[in-house]
Design a protein around this ligand. Structure first.
Ligand code: ZN
Ligand code: ZN
Length: 460
């Protein structure tokens, strides 16, 4: 008996791009959606994956067998309530327990921003988010979950942010590992991604930092502190746009210890209303953090800082040097953008961007060197402040992706969640080093992989 199998992959988002991750895969006769994110760089319909690809064929619940969400970042889950409450998908949805707890908070936060600016966002209500989350099944790490009798799922630790997971998906003889976003190096509060030698037919991996072999974290941390110190020494203000749950804690620990060591008196503020909640989630999901956090948590609240105080909007007009952490991380809306508008025209000031900014956001424009930013229609801002990009976001670099391939030994690799040029470079490297196929489809482009996993009648 020789049954030829195939795996079919179509990215509806995150194909040769970062943002609105949504990858459709077909294994055997099952259709699975990997992530359902939104693009923070767009305000129009491009902010969502192109669902017309599925909806034009009929009832979406009949077509999609299950949806898997890798982690709570909005570029991975931001379109989920649109999928369930607007497009009417009511099939199974899986994510880890921390993701299920934290995703609705970020969705609600985004909803508030959206309805402020967009008439059409009316459908996007708090109750839609709640109803959507009720349809979600939470899973544990390494727990084997069976869906509709023949789909097998298993979550692996991905590092990156609290609750992030890589998913192993098996139907029949074929299997796919989807990494979501992952990090191969531990940090101050999370561990490193881990997967066993599961030898999937296909590995779908993020490739945000595909071409970077990152210098040691110690170097980046010293650069960061040096920059901050120089700016406040010349009387400037430092703005650090961050995501509410993620690198913020890392950088706060860094600054707090430095202020202590150097005896600095310049005020440092943290302006994210989500800190309290973040705290309780780290406590609730303590087993998802790293050993060190687990050991010290008993004595000390990990977000209790000696030198970092809560920020009030009015402080941005205060004279003199200060350091402010504010959300969101890509300067696309909200408080960090407001502070940026106010501080950008003064060359004494400094912007330090510690994470990736997707194209279309103000953060991305500033990092690409724009000196005039249209932050509102016909309202331009002169960017005279100095701008530094020091990547602290927890994505695997080229070396980490190669390491993951070595660990799980896939038969094929497919790259998503990265830029085209960088993907090309990594693809060449993977094909050369492992002598396997590596694909990098654009959005809407379909890849068919004939698999070698035929039913064998003659053992050799
Ligand atoms: Zn992420
Ligand atoms: Zn992402």
């Amino acid at each position: 008996m020789n049954i030829s199998n195939r795996i079919v992959v179509t990215p509806l988002g995150a194909g040769q791009d970062v943002g609105r991750s949504c990858i459709l895969i077909t294994i055997g006769n099952r259709n699975i959606m990997l992530d359902c994110g939104m693009h923070m760089g767009y305000q129009d319909e491009r902010k969502f994956p192109d669902f017309s690809y599925i909806t034009s064929d009929g009832n979406i619940t009949d077509i999609i067998d299950c949806v898997i969400i890798s982690h709570f970042h909005l570029d991975h889950c931001g379109a989920l309530s649109y999928l369930t409450e607007h497009l009417g998908y009511h099939g199974p949805i899986y994510m880890t327990h921390p993701t299920k707890a934290i995703a609705p908070i970020l969705l609600e936060d985004m909803r508030k921003h959206l309805v402020e600016y967009e008439e059409e966002a009316k459908y996007f209500t708090s109750s839609a988010i709640r109803d959507c989350m009720k349809k979600v099944t939470a899973v544990n790490l390494h727990e084997v979950v069976t869906v509709k009798d023949d789909i097998e799922l298993k979550a692996y630790y991905a590092g990156h942010v609290l609750g992030a997971a890589m998913f192993y998906i098996k139907v029949g003889n074929d299997s796919v590992v989807y990494t979501g976003d992952f990090s191969m190096t531990p940090d101050r509060h999370l561990g490193a991604a881990w997967i066993d030698k599961c030898r999937p037919t296909l590995l779908i991996t993020e490739s945000t930092y595909a071409t970077t072999i990152r210098d040691s974290k110690g170097c980046r941390e010293r650069d960061f502190l040096k920059n901050v110190h120089e700016c406040i020494d010349r009387g400037g203000k430092v703005l650090i746009p961050i995501f509410a749950l993620g690198r913020a804690q890392e950088l706060c620990i860094l600054i707090d210890t430095y202020w202590d060591r150097m005896g600095l008196k310049v005020p440092v503020y943290f302006a994210a209303g989500l800190t309290e909640k973040a705290n309780s989630y780290y406590k609730m999901f303590i087993t998802w953090t790293n050993q060190k956090v687990r050991q010290t948590f008993v004595q000390q609240n990990m977000f209790d800082f000696k030198h970092i105080k809560p920020f009030d909007k009015t402080y941005m007009h205060n004279p003199g040097p200060m350091v402010v952490f504010a959300t969101p991380g890509m300067l696309h809306a909200g408080l960090s953008l407001n502070i940026f508008k106010k501080w950008a025209p003064d060359e004494k000031n400094m912007l330090i961007v510690p994470g990736y900014c997707v194209s279309g956001t103000v953060g991305n424009k500033v990092l690409s060197g724009s000196k005039k930013i249209e932050a509102e229609p016909n309202k331009f801002i002169d960017v005279k402040m100095s701008v530094e990009y020091l990547s602290f976001s927890a994505h695997a670099d080229g070396k980490g992706i190669i390491q993951l391939i070595k660990n799980c030994e896939p038969q094929n690799v497919l790259l998503v969640h990265g830029e085209e040029e960088k993907m090309k470079f990594l693809r060449a490297k993977i094909m050369q080093e492992f002598n396997i196929n590596c694909y990098m489809p654009a959005n809407g482009e379909t890849v068919e992989i004939e698999t070698a996993n035929k039913h064998q009648t003659h053992p050799h």
